[in-house]
Design a protein around this ligand. Structure first.
Ligand SMILES: Nc1ncnc2c1ncn2[C@@H]1O[C@H](COP(=O)(O)OP(=O)(O)OP(=O)(O)O)[C@@H](O)[C@H]1O
Length: 279
């Protein structure tokens, strides 16, 4: 299965030399499930500092692509580079240690702890988690905890959650819990975050908060995002470029305005209808 690829639109976006660095480079990657070729020789790039969108109709191969990039499973063929290094087939925890994280990969919040404590729990390898360290090196542990608290407070501020920092996490609203989840991701100090349908089940107001948080993390922390999303308004607001997949192939990529106008995309993605904006 292969979508027809409009001539000249399949190549990765060209940027002026030296102005952009590729952080994720997917080269000619395929994934076969039995007889089904879910991803068929796809190449795409995510540039450092970008919020890159991945859209396409149901069954286009987006989640399969994400699973390969996030290390959930290996491609059947092709190569995936992270910061120019071959990471094809590496498991998620290896990619995590190299700064790539998929949201909702971290365990759910501890509902009996406060929002702030939930963030402070996250950083790996805290000496305080080790009883021997806690007993013999109290100074170092206290120093680390002060640092972690400071970092957690900063993340809270970035996500505009400071007013609920002492609230039990279990008492937060659904949207605040999603923001807290983003905060837990931030505490691991990732460099690139894969966001999987954050709009699903979230109302407009909360979605605005989430989108604003992603924008702030991108602008203020330089964090790169790779986003799968069915909500076109959210994609249009956040993402540039947007990559379109259809029937296992990368069809085109560019700014959302261009995507909305592209006849091949309208045909393949929207079945010939208009690219609807959500009411
Ligand atoms: N583990 C699997 N085993 C067998 N087939 C699979 C598996 N995962 C995905 N597929 C198939 O691969 C194709 C691509 O699926 P994928 O979930 O990647 O699409 P998608 O673009 O994410 O779709 P959606 O927007 O509906 O989530 C589909 O035909 C799907 O049924």
């Amino acid at each position: 299965m292969r979508a027809e690829v409009p001539t000249g639109t399949c190549a990765p976006l060209e940027h002026a030399a030296g102005t952009m660095t590729t952080i994720i480079d997917v080269e000619n990657v395929s994934k076969r499930f039995g007889n089904l070729l879910a991803v068929d020789r796809c190449s795409l790039k995510v540039e450092k500092g970008s919020i890159t969108g991945l859209i396409g109709p149901n069954g286009a191969g987006k989640t399969t692509m994400f699973n390969m990039v996030a290390g959930a499973f290996a491609p059947t063929s092709g190569k995936i580079l992270l910061d120019g290094k071959d990471v094809t087939g590496l498991p998620a925890h290896e990619l995590f240690s190299r700064g790539l994280l998929r949201t909702f990969q971290i365990a759910q919040e501890f509902s009996n702890m406060t929002a702030l404590e939930n963030l402070m729990m996250v950083p790996a390898n805290q000496s305080g988690e080790n009883v021997i360290n806690a007993f013999f090196r109290r100074g170092r542990v206290m120093h680390e905890e002060r640092g972690t608290r400071g970092q957690a407070e900063e993340v809270m501020q970035l996500l505009r959650l400071t007013h609920v920092k002492n609230e039990r996490a279990g008492n937060l609203s659904g949207g605040q819990k999603k923001l807290l989840e983003l905060g837990r991701v931030m505490m691991t100090e990732p460099r690139v975050v894969l966001l999987d349908e954050i709009a699903a089940g979230v109302n407009r107001t909360l979605l605005n908060d989430l989108a604003a948080a992603v924008e702030r993390l991108n602008k203020e922390k330089g964090l790169t995002f790779f986003v799968i999303e069915h909500d076109m308004d959210l994609i249009a607001r956040l993402c540039d470029p947007v990559i379109v997949m259809a029937a296992g192939s990368v069809m085109m990529q560019g700014p959302m305005e261009e995507i909305r106008r592209h006849e091949g995309v309208i045909e393949a993605y929207f079945g010939g209808g208009k690219v609807e904006k959500r009411a």
